[in-house]
Design a binder for this molecule. Structure first.
Ligand SMILES: C[S@@+](CC[C@H](N)C(=O)[O-])C[C@H]1O[C@@H](n2cnc3c(N)ncnc32)[C@H](O)[C@@H]1O
Length: 228
């Protein structure tokens, strides 16, 4: 039988899902590509069943054939679709999106937000590992009443990946510029001296210094931080 080893990043995403969704039975991996995360989630008994979605046929076919090879086809359904289109969310689902851009995640969650009963949505947990535009995602979540209950950072081969846990609450909130770009939960972990977060923030500082040249909002952010 094939050995499915997750990268450190994907393993951290799955562990974050496990630790933040007690009692959830189904995991839905949007942008599942190879399907490894869903396969591991079910094989390790973390979730009873899974759904993989991928917008491209090649990856969706790859996941489907993996599930067949691993005799998991009855527990893991695979769809070639955009985001969660055509997948019906049910109570206490866990939705993972890893490796997608923040704007793409905003599009996908917006469609869910517009079409689902809000009481059902409150039971669904989203685990998000955006590859870029995390500030766009944070702003969207705050203005659309999704609370971020946990944020972590995993480092793999010198690259730092933030992971967010979020749920719809019905209550919007405002983020300061600093919170939008660094994350309120991570800021607390930074203040508490969490090493990986400090290292990540050093990376962000230099990234934002470069971006400030062509981005007025980041320019303002750095000015504010310089004045603290
Ligand atoms: C960079 S890969 C990430 C794969 C895996 N989640 C991981 O983190 O290793 C992104 C995958 O998401 C798929 N994808 C991109 N946009 C999508 C969308 N709107 N809905 C579903 N899948 C999408 C791509 O086809 C690709 O297979």
């Amino acid at each position: 039988m094939m050995n499915i080893a997750l990268s450190e990043r994907l393993n951290a995403v799955l562990e974050t899902a496990r630790d933040n969704t007690i009692g959830h039975k189904r995991i839905i991996d949007v942008g599942s590509d190879h399907g490894h995360l869903a396969a591991r989630a079910v094989m390790d008994g973390i979730f009873e069943s899974a759904v993989c979605t991928d917008i491209h046929k090649g990856p969706a076919d790859k996941s489907a054939s993996l599930m067949k090879d691993m005799s998991l086809s009855d527990k893991v359904k695979v769809y070639c679709t955009d985001g969660l289109d055509g997948v019906e969310l049910t109570e206490d689902d866990t939705v993972v999106m890893a490796g997608l851009g923040g704007n793409n995640m905003v599009d996908i969650i917006s469609r869910v937000n517009a079409s689902y009963d809000k009481e059902l949505l409150k039971t669904v947990t989203f685990i998000l590992q955006p590859q870029k535009s995390i500030e766009v995602l944070r702003e969207f979540l705050s203005q659309n009443a999704f609370a971020v209950t946990e944020e972590t950072v995993v480092q793999e081969r010198g690259i730092y990946y933030p992971i967010l846990v979020t749920r719809y609450t019905g209550e919007t909130y405002n983020l300061s510029l600093r919170e939008k770009y660094y994350g309120p939960v991570l800021m607390k972990k930074f203040e508490a001296g969490e090493a990986v977060v400090s290292e990540y923030f050093i990376r962000l500082d230099s990234r934002y210094k470069i971006r400030a040249r062509g981005d007025q909002e980041i320019g303002r952010l750095l000015e504010e931080m310089g004045n603290d």
